[in-house]
Ligand binder design. Structure first.
Ligand code: NAD
Length: 411
């Protein structure tokens, strides 16, 4: 068999536990046999981050910037308890995801993989809800502190020209405090990405905030979106018969539940963190979401499954028991990374190959091969475990289908 040639490398970031088992299996069965691909590999497992004192993550980030296309396996974010359990030198912080997000300054895009015949926890969602999450600043780039005795917390702003703004909070009991910030430049490029995604996908765009309470903070986001819309995107949206609207985040969350889907939802970082998991679950399972990180200049893409390392399933796997973990989010992480490589290099064959894997994957699920998470939302709790397909078997069925299609299309 002649494989598809990929001229430039992609970056592969290794991870932990069950997600690593699936990530490697997908690579071995669905990618390597078909594509001649150089992978610049960085082992960001907890063990290796501990050994290298997180240096490995910095190396991976530089490589993603260099090659513009990367795929990452989920990684454990350790807590205090894990220092002993995993024999860590100290708590390794920040997590790879926090480091990657702040280094790449971009937008995280999450989109459901919709398969016919698979029920959803929110059955009315027949069209996708595409979540665009801003990943710079706010709570994740802020600083929080403990207030152990009465005192004053001051918000002090000193400019280069020496003027300052000061606000004092008198705290008379134990408490906590936090300072968060954002920049107009980052908000502008986030807004650009969201308008582009909406136009590309052909769905209306809603940006949500809580500007009624955060009258200066969130108002800046609202103004930036509105101004960019008025000056650059209004005509394009009208031509495409699409609309842009700002809404309150709570109103939008309620609307989302009643809707049939079919929109792009732009969210601030914390809202996006919380709501994208809720939306993911509503579509069936975190195993049915794609997760793409897009840098604001549009050049760099880093994909990753939308879920974590799935510790509970890994414990079963370690005991030698079969698992029925859903591999779709992992498969789509590989295809979406390769698709970006294909677009950067104008590699039509590779583009066609990524479409073929996705088609074979969806067909397999639509034929009724359901992992346990999908059986649960399709049949409720009334199903026998033996109707669920194992992780190994579903990947093998997809690989067999891909083999047949590959011979037809590429040989
Ligand atoms: P998780 O997503 O790993 O699993 C939560 C639960 O969701 C599972 O027990 C399972 O019931 C279900 N689930 C998730 N993916 C599934 C799939 N593909 N198929 C079937 N069921 C699936 O989240 P968690 O348990 O909160 O976190 C476990 C570890 O992963 C933690 O160490 C956490 O820090 C890490 N994590 C990493 C990332 C990342 O690297 N991007 C993201 C989230 C969590």
């Amino acid at each position: 068999r002649s494989k598809i040639i990929v001229e430039k490398p992609i970056v592969e970031i290794g991870g932990d536990e069950m997600s690593k088992v699936i990530f490697d299996k997908v690579k071995k069965k669905l990618i390597i046999p078909f594509v001649n691909l150089e992978r610049d590999y960085y082992d960001c497992s907890l063990k290796n981050r501990n050994r290298t004192e997180n240096e490995i993550v910095s190396g991976a980030i530089e490589a993603v910037k260099r090659y513009s296309a990367g795929v990452k396996c989920p990684t454990i974010t350790p807590n205090e308890k894990m220092i002993k359990d995993y024999n860590l030198k100290q708590i390794i912080f920040p997590s790879p995801n926090v480091m990657i997000r702040s280094a790449l300054d971009g937008t995280q895009l999450r989109e459901p993989i919709i398969c016919k015949g698979v029920s959803k926890f929110v059955p009315k969602w027949s069209r996708p809800i595409i979540m665009c999450r801003h990943t710079f600043g706010d709570q994740y780039g802020g600083k929080d502190i403990m207030l152990n005795e009465p005192g004053t917390v001051s918000l002090l702003y000193t400019t280069d020209s020496g003027q300052f703004y000061k606000y004092d909070f008198d705290i008379r009991s134990k408490g906590v405090a936090m300072l968060t910030y954002n920049t107009e430049d980052s908000i502008k490029s986030f807004a650009e990405s969201c308008f582009k995604v909406a136009l590309e996908r052909g769905y209306p765009l809603y940006f949500t905030s809580k500007f009624t309470h955060l009258k200066k903070y969130d108002q800046m986001f609202v103004n930036v979106f509105q101004e960019l819309y008025n000056t650059k995107y209004k005509t394009l949206f009208e031509k495409a018969k699409l609309k842009y609207e700002h809404r309150l985040v709570d109103e939008m969350a309620a609307y989302a539940i009643k809707s049939t889907g079919g929109f792009v939802w732009a969210l601030k970082s914390y809202d996006g963190d919380v709501l994208s998991d809720i939306i993911g679950q509503g579509f069936g399972s975190m195993g049915m979401m794609t997760n793409t990180f897009l840098s604001h200049d549009g050049k760099t893409v880093l994909t990753e499954p939308a879920h974590g390392t799935i510790t509970r399933h890994y414990k079963r796997y370690q005991k030698g028991k079969a698992t029925s973990t859903n591999p779709l989010s992992t498969i789509f992480a590989w295809t979406r990374c390769l698709r970006h490589r294909a677009q950067l290099d104008s590699n039509y064959e590779l583009l066609q190959f990524t479409n073929t894997i996705e088609k074979c994957t969806k067909e397999t699920v639509e034929e009724g091969h359901l992992t346990r998470d999908l059986a649960l939302c399709t049949y409720g709790h009334n199903f026998q475990d033996n109707i669920c397909i194992s992780t190994d078997n579903i990947i093998n069925i997809i690989a067999d289908k891909l083999d047949v299609q590959f011979e037809k299309l590429f040989n």
